[in-house]
Design a protein around this ligand. Structure first.
Ligand SMILES: Cc1cc2nc3c(=O)[nH]c(=O)nc-3n(C[C@H](O)[C@H](O)[C@H](O)COP(=O)(O)OP(=O)(O)OC[C@H]3O[C@@H](n4cnc5c(N)ncnc54)[C@H](O)[C@@H]3O)c2cc1C
Length: 454
């Protein structure tokens, strides 16, 4: 009999992986702790539960998430198939009836002759070939076992995400490139200088700005090293000016003076298409972040926000340090991880991660090398994030949604308006070439995608 694969967690990633493996003829044991035990966010008994919004976000491939939908559809993803069946009208977003979505996938799993579902909480990493897909709210016992395997410092329990801004939307007549005391490369950081008045106004705004209330299961217990900016401001009006906004070692070349405070931007990718606001993790609501950061930080008036800040409970591995090239844990080569626990963020990204994990396990079973989709595709770009390839060396690993900033830049400079369409065309070309090389048949490319331009 063929080796059974254990999958721990029947969420977005685990359900996708279980169905793909089972359809390929591999027997699967799917351990799902519901209804015996539940995370604080899971309320229903079915698999692939959408714990919050019923939107799988934009279905337009000019957004990276829409391209990820398209790639998963073309690869025969069970999660996307069911999302399309359970679809409800929502403009160009892919929104679903959450009950029909979960019920359909649950029925398909339960009816599958190659899948056995076991309702139990797994408290230790399995001893045999497995996929762990227990999500952002992985319970304490399994998290302990995982931490023992990879090292406690490589498993985080909260994300602390700072906003990211598109490089070409920063006003370079305000920003100046300089590292503190001239350390490191001269253009590793961009600095946005503030006068005392601008700084005081900024502090008033972030103190008054609307914040996202923590879920009842999220104790606002932050690491001192990554406190949200509003928490620092509450501790004292000068705390930020002595913390992430400290101007020491910097001199504005235009005035020759040290600014009162600076917002530092650090490269998110080597090409400088995306820049991270250093130390700006925050619970301010997204509309407030846009209003306050664009309105109060010099040089960001026309900022295009690639990602906004957030802080929530989120169990995730330090992907680049713990996950090997073939997707298994460096410390436990029989364990593959999938979903949000690998540092991807979002329903579809988690399903995509489950999809890739299943293909990796299949390759392992067949003694083949798994060739990942190229980094120029949405699937490959997500993998570039998890392996750290998309980021500079000193990148502090945090979860991310799929965004075009994770993709390698185009070989040639093109007009901003043409960039995404060209990245989309490249992604389609490269996915097709990859599938051909792997001997895989892709579903059809959508015919009318060009009309969907934003
Ligand atoms: C409060 C909250 C709100 C969110 N809102 C959104 C949103 O609006 N949009 C969005 O895109 N993403 C949202 N997310 C993120 C989203 O939940 C994840 O991206 C996605 O569900 C992760 O998929 P996953 O398969 O990795 O984990 P999950 O979907 O969480 O699945 C994990 C599964 O594993 C099971 N499990 C856990 N531990 C064990 C164990 N030890 N033994 C057996 N089974 C176990 C769980 O019961 C669960 O079914 C939210 C997350 C949270 C916590």
């Amino acid at each position: 009999m063929q080796q059974e694969i254990e999958i721990v967690g029947g969420g977005l990633a685990g359900t996708e992986a279980a169905l793909l493996l089972a359809d390929a003829g591999v027997p699967v044991i799917l351990h799902e702790q519901k209804p015996v035990r539940r995370s604080p966010a899971h309320k229903e008994d079915g698999l692939a539960e959408l714990v919050c919004s019923n939107s799988l976000r934009s279905d337009n491939p000019h957004n990276a998430i829409g391209l990820l939908h398209e790639e998963l559809r073309r690869l025969g993803s069970p999660v996307l198939q069911q999302a399309d069946r359970a679809r409800v009208p929502a403009g160009d977003a892919l929104a679903v009836d959450r009950v029909a979505f979960s019920d359909g996938l649950t029925a398909r799993v339960r009816a599958h002759p190659n899948i056995r579902v076991v309702a139990e909480e797994v408290r230790e990493l399995p001893a045999e070939l497995c996929i762990v897909a227990t999500g952002p709210l992985t319970g304490e016992a399994l998290a302990r076992s995982l931490a023992e395997a990879v090292g406690a410092e490589q498993l985080a329990f909260y994300d602390a995400i700072a906003p990211i801004v598109a490089g070409d939307s920063i006003d370079l007549s305000v920003a100046f490139a300089q590292s503190r005391y001239g350390k490191g490369g001269g253009d590793d950081y961009l600095n946005l200088p503030m006068t005392r008045e601008q700084y005081e106004h900024f502090i008033d705004e972030i103190l008054q700005g609307a914040k996202v209330a923590p879920h009842p299961f999220e104790e606002p217990r932050y690491f001192e090293g990554c406190l949200p900016i509003e928490v620092m401001a509450e501790r004292g009006r000068d705390v930020l000016a002595f913390g992430p906004m400290k101007p020491v070692g910097l001199q504005d070349p235009r005035t020759g003076a040290r600014p009162h405070a600076v917002v530092q931007l650090r490269r998110e990718d080597r090409a400088g298409t995306a820049w991270n606001l250093v130390g700006f993790q925050t619970r301010l609501t997204w509309p407030e972040q846009k209003r306050i950061f664009s309105g109060c930080i010099p040089g960001l008036l026309h900022a295009e926000w690639i990602r906004l800040g957030q802080v929530h409970r989120n169990t995730f591995l330090n992907g680049p340090l713990t996950i090997a090239r073939d997707g298994s844990l460096k410390a436990r080569p029989h364990v593959f991880c999938a979903g949000q626990i690998t540092g991807v963020e979002g329903y579809v990204e988690s399903a995509a991660s489950g999809h890739i994990a299943a293909r990796r396990v299949l390759a392992r079973l067949r003694w083949e090398e798994f060739v990942p989709p190229p980094g120029t595709t949405a699937l490959g770009a997500l993998l570039r994030h998890v392996t750290g390839e998309a980021h500079p060396e000193d990148y502090q690993y945090q979860p991310t949604n799929v965004v075009y900033a994770l993709f390698p830049p185009l070989a040639e400079r093109v007009r901003k308006a043409d960039r995404k369409p060209q990245m989309l065309a490249r992604a389609r070309r490269d996915l097709a070439a990859w599938a051909r090389e792997q001997g895989m048949t892709l579903g059809p490319e959508p015919a009318c995608a060009e009309e969907l331009r934003p």
